[in-house]
Ligand binder design. Structure first.
Ligand SMILES: *Cc1c(COP(=O)(O)O)cnc(C)c1O
Length: 317
């Protein structure tokens, strides 16, 4: 395999103490001869690490322009979006309001407990209504209650603001790569983060959906770019979640894999729902001789707080 100086590149980064791109060792890497790196989005910021902070960036700016002090959004009881949203609001002295998917139980999940402890207001919802998002009846109720002084953010921080925040993030990471042609790997849920990367200067990426049935994954991503007024510069290939039982599920094979990955990379914890499934899939493609990219850069999108939603016997880190 040709070496175009990636070793020296990483060394330079380490010397500059920007430990934010590191080698990641995969169990099957020897068989494919490829090299893997990971951008440590999980280490970026102590307030709200990971992609959600970037998705929220322009939403927070817009709320501030509109002089709104109460920010509202939607989220599931273990959601990374909620965790980041609350942390950001608290940091900026704003009041977070959360429409929780389904009923709220007296015994809150760790994510919601932390939200309430940080001053968040919780509103339970009926699942049918929740699905309507910004058109939900519960939104009307909240708006009337707070005299229309609430700034709303869609579930997961989606929308054009979210895409544009992720585009900025992607270009920051691109600059850190200093022209090295990395093939990018990114995990997706709504695809908003991937849309930001698709509009960036990276030339190729593979997207790993955390949801089952990713038939329309690349079209979804392209449409989100178009809706945000951005053009696509990146070639995209997509995979859906076909191996671990769907969104929010964690398989035994996945946990076993993570234990091995941990022995190879003791200081690089992955989250249970997105990044670990992505790395699992690439490791598998590698073993099957189907991974053709010599230099791959995974984006760690954070989400480590998601482990709180799993029982003790499933904890890896
Ligand atoms: C939300 C999330 C994603 C997916 O982001 P989308 O913009 O919804 O595609 C990926 N990784 C982690 C850790 C997340 O929390």
């Amino acid at each position: 395999m040709h070496d175009i100086g990636y070793g020296a590149f990483i060394e330079n980064l380490l010397n500059e103490s920007q430990m934010i791109i590191e080698p990641l060792y995969l169990p099957t890497q020897q068989t494919c001869g490829c090299q893997f790196y990971i951008y440590r989005g999980d280490l970026e910021c102590s307030v709200a690490p990971g992609n959600k902070r970037h998705k929220l960036k322009y939403h927070l700016q817009q709320a501030s322009k509109e002089n709104k002090n109460i920010l509202a959004t939607f989220g599931g009881p273990h959601s990374n979006h909620i965790a980041a949203f609350v942390a950001q609001c608290k940091h900026q002295g704003l009041t977070p309001l959360i429409v929780v998917r389904g009923e709220t139980w007296a015994k809150l999940t760790p994510t919601l407990r932390q939200a309430v402890d940080s001053g968040a207001l919780l509103f339970p919802s009926e699942r049918v209504d929740y699905k309507l998002g910004l058109r939900a009846n519960i939104k009307k109720v909240v708006d009337e209650y707070y005299d229309h002084q609430v700034y709303w953010i869609p579930e997961g921080g989606a929308g054009a603001e979210g895409v544009r925040g992720c585009l900025d993030w992607a270009n920051e990471i691109y600059r850190l790569c200093r022209g090295k042609p990395f093939h990018l790997c990114i995990a997706s849920g709504t695809g908003t983060t991937a849309a930001g990367f698709a509009a960036s200067e990276f030339s190729s990426m593979t997207v790993f959906s955390a949801l089952k049935g990713g038939d329309s994954l690349t079209t979804d991503i392209e449409n989100q770019c178009l809706d945000a007024g951005l053009s696509i510069n990146t070639s995209i290939k997509g995979f859906d979640e076909a191996l671990h039982g769907g969104f929010g599920k964690v398989s035994t094979a996945q946990l076993d894999f993570l234990k091995t990955l941990k022995t190879l990379n003791p200081d690089i914890p992955l989250d249970p729902l997105y990044t670990s499934k992505m790395v699992y899939k690439v490791n598998q493609l590698c073993a099957q001789g189907e991974w053709q990219h010599n230099h791959t850069l995974f984006v760690h999108t954070g989400g480590l707080q998601g482990w709180q939603g799993l029982p003790l016997e499933k904890q890896v880190y």
